[in-house]
Design a protein around this ligand. Structure first.
Ligand SMILES: *[C@@H]1O[C@H](CO)[C@@H](O)[C@H](O)[C@H]1NC(C)=O
Ligand SMILES: *[C@@H]1O[C@H](CO)[C@@H](O)[C@H](O)[C@H]1NC(C)=O
Ligand SMILES: *[C@@H]1O[C@H](CO)[C@@H](O)[C@H](O)[C@H]1NC(C)=O
Ligand SMILES: *[C@@H]1O[C@H](CO)[C@@H](O)[C@H](O)[C@H]1NC(C)=O
Ligand SMILES: *[C@@H]1O[C@H](CO)[C@@H](O)[C@H](O)[C@H]1NC(C)=O
Length: 158
């Protein structure tokens, strides 16, 4: 292998590591910010900035092969409050969000549409009340939407 070729490969590798690091930091910050906004979060004790290196082993967090958050699965975890502080724009690789059987109220924040890969969204068994933001209609990959047992009103945009 030529020296130049090797240098290119090393540069590529470095860039990839750098992007992974930035992505992880963004996801960690967004999850901790949401956790902080919850009035009950005992089930999320592993979620902390000081435990960032374990992101892919945090309770309810499942990563893809690149180490980016692919699934957030937190059923029946006594999560109390809203999704208002969960910055969906930080999760470019999220495919599943399952937070059924909790005590969450209000509704999805309006920038949910940034979840361009989301296929499964389970919000059932909470106390969501507000109508859907119209942005949910832009979740182009969505296959499975569970909303039963909430206090919803209004129409679901599509
Ligand atoms: C960090 O996360 C891991 C994986 O969930 C967990 O086992 C560990 O207890 C956490 N450490 C702290 C200090 O919370
Ligand atoms: C929810 O969690 C509680 C406490 O861990 C448990 O007793 C209950 O059976 C769970 N409910 C469901 C529907 O899984
Ligand atoms: C998405 O919404 C959250 C919560 O309202 C906000 O903090 C964040 O800045 C928004 N992000 C974008 C890209 O609009
Ligand atoms: C759901 O919200 C309604 C309206 O705010 C309230 O009356 C009701 O008690 C809530 N139910 C639960 C299970 O939190
Ligand atoms: C909705 O909630 C009620 C009361 O907690 C429960 O009996 C019922 O099984 C739930 N429905 C579904 C489809 O889970």
């Amino acid at each position: 292998m030529s020296k130049l070729h090797t240098q290119h490969l090393l540069l590529l590798l470095f860039l990839r590591l750098l992007i992974k690091k930035i992505t992880t930091a963004t996801e960690v910050k967004a999850l901790v910010k949401w956790k902080t906004s919850l009035t009950s979060s005992e089930s999320l004790s592993s979620w902390s900035l000081s435990n960032a290196t374990n992101l892919c082993h945090w309770t309810g967090v499942i990563c893809d092969a690149t180490g980016s958050v692919a699934k957030i699965i937190l059923p029946n975890s006594t999560l109390t409050s809203t999704l208002n502080e969960l910055d969906f724009a930080s999760f470019a690789n999220l495919i599943q969000l399952k937070i059924h059987l909790n005590l969450l109220v209000e509704m999805l924040p309006s920038n949910t549409s940034t979840l361009s890969k989301l296929t499964h969204l389970d919000l059932s068994g909470n106390n969501f009340t507000q109508p859907f933001p119209s942005s949910i209609g832009r979740l182009s990959e969505l296959q499975d939407l569970q909303l039963y047992n909430n206090s919803l009103s209004g129409v679901i945009p599509y």
